[in-house]
Design a protein around this ligand. Structure first.
Ligand code: HEC
Ligand code: HEC
Length: 389
């Protein structure tokens, strides 16, 4: 039922090259682009970077159980320009943004206490009448991803104990220190590959750099991080080369690079908390650590039996509320004596992607160009205008 916008982008591999004014294209090279630099009809979501604007669209979709087309109309399929046109639903959503802002300002001191999800809970029509059925039946299982506040003063085990056990489980500090880089190849499956398997390359260095190249049918979908700046290029992105603004998404890319070499992970995470109620992922008990990665809240789930990391959830801030991005790790195999996950699933508000590595070469020399700003997507593609089912 909840399609997310991945379903739409499946048939909508398109770019906004033609639309971007030269001024904005220049700006793309220097600083993160703001929504109003790129989009034509931004009235309430001004002053936020393009990537946060798109995360906000993901938030709207997830909060209402909507696809992009439910608010924007079918005309947008394959055409970014059409998103600027107003529809009655879009106007309602704009008013709702103002209502939420007013509620939070007047009642909650500006805190994001109320978001679209508070009322909508994945539906376009919030409920009015309390349900007796819900009241008198078993509550659904807790969502382990929920952000809680730990009330236990001296939790057992502590976050450091959980991290230390993880370091041992992957091979120990000494072997981790000896792994300085790796280059992996494998397969990728996601909405942007029409759920077919396409080639993926992953490069990582212990000094902080990381890059992922997905060779989709419509061109390369690339994320690079040189240790300071990160860029995204893809045939389905609204901007040809998007530099990530500081905050949520940049923190996320940095976290991914820290997770590739967990020796320094503990130092990369501050305000580490444990003592949460026990929970399970796929029936396997996990220990939970909540922490901050830069300014972004993250939750890490460690398999209680193996000590290995099985899930990371990070919560990117948007102007409306936090959006979750979840990575589930599996298939740990040894590379130069260090266990690394050969498989991971990325789940976010606009889709799910699966990465499966076949081969990982440790301690190889990697061309620094791999981590630099990537060239613009090779060929802008105009999508066929039909909805994939
Ligand atoms: C709940 C309704 C809703 C959903 C769902 C939604 N949007 Fe929007 N979208 C809006 C509103 C409202 C605006 C205008 C924001 C403003 O005025 O600041 C907008 C603006 C945009 C714009 C800027 C257009 C321009 O040039 O001015 C783009 C691009 C966009 N949305 C893309 C998307 C995509 C992609 C999705 C699917 C992930 C999506 N939207 C889902 C309500 C929605
Ligand atoms: C205080 C509760 C509340 C919050 C918060 C809220 N909404 Fe709503 N929303 C409603 C109610 C109630 C309706 C009307 C549903 C009906 O017609 O029965 C509605 C209707 C809508 C509709 C029209 C649905 C349709 O297809 O006709 C859109 C779009 C919408 N909301 C978007 C949003 C967005 C986006 C946010 C967050 C910025 C948001 N809402 C936050 C209560 C809320």
């Amino acid at each position: 039922m909840r399609l997310g916008f991945g379903r739409i982008l499946t048939i909508g591999a398109f770019t906004l090259f033609g639309l971007m004014p030269a001024r904005a294209q220049n700006a793309a090279q220097q600083k993160p682009l703001m929504a109003e630099d790129v989009f034509k009809n931004v009235q309430v979501l001004k002053g936020i970077p393009v990537n946060q604007f798109m995360d906000t669209m993901g938030f709207f979709s997830a909060a209402l159980g909507y696809n992009c087309t439910n608010c924007h109309g079918d005309e947008v399929l394959g055409n970014w320009e059409k998103y600027a046109a107003d529809t009655p639903v879009k106007r309602t959503a704009r008013r709702m943004v103002q209502v939420v802002g007013t509620i939070n300002k007047s009642l909650f001191g500006g805190r994001q206490a109320v978001t679209c999800y508070t009322c909508h809970r994945g539906s376009p029509t919030p409920k009015v009448v309390p349900s007796l059925m819900e009241q008198y039946s078993e509550p659904p299982p807790d969502d382990p991803n929920e952000v809680e506040i730990s009330r236990r003063v001296s939790p057992v085990p502590t976050a450091d104990e959980i991290f230390n056990r993880y370091i041992e489980a992957v091979g120990g500090a000494e072997r981790l220190a000896a792994l300085t880089s790796y280059a992996g190849t494998g397969r990728y499956e996601g909405f942007d590959s029409y759920h077919g398997k396409v080639a993926v390359e992953v490069y990582a260095k212990a000094t902080g750099e990381r890059a992922v190249f997905v060779h989709t049918q419509n061109g390369d979908s690339v994320t690079t991080y040189d240790g300071r700046n990160a860029w995204i290029v893809g045939p389905d992105k609204p901007v040809s080369v998007l530099q990530l603004a500081p905050g949520g998404d940049l923190d996320g890319v940095k976290l991914d690079s820290n997770l590739a070499f967990p020796g320094g992970l503990k130092q990369a995470l501050t305000d580490r908390r444990t003592g949460f109620p026990t929970t399970a992922i796929d029936d396997r008990p996990v220990q939970v650590v909540q922490a901050m990665a830069g300014g972004t809240r993250v939750k890490l789930f460690f398999d209680k039996e193996t000590g290995l990391l099985s899930r990371v959830v990070r919560y990117s801030k948007t102007i409306i509320g936090p959006v979750p991005v979840q990575i589930d790790y599996s298939e740990y195999r040894e590379v130069a004596g260090v266990k690394i996950p050969f498989q991971w699933r990325l789940t976010w508000t606009d889709g799910q992607s699966m990465f499966k590595l076949d081969d990982v070469k440790p301690n190889v020399a990697i061309d620094p160009g791999k981590f630099a700003k990537p060239p613009a997507a090779a060929k802008p593609v105009v999508a066929p205008a039909k909805v994939a089912e």
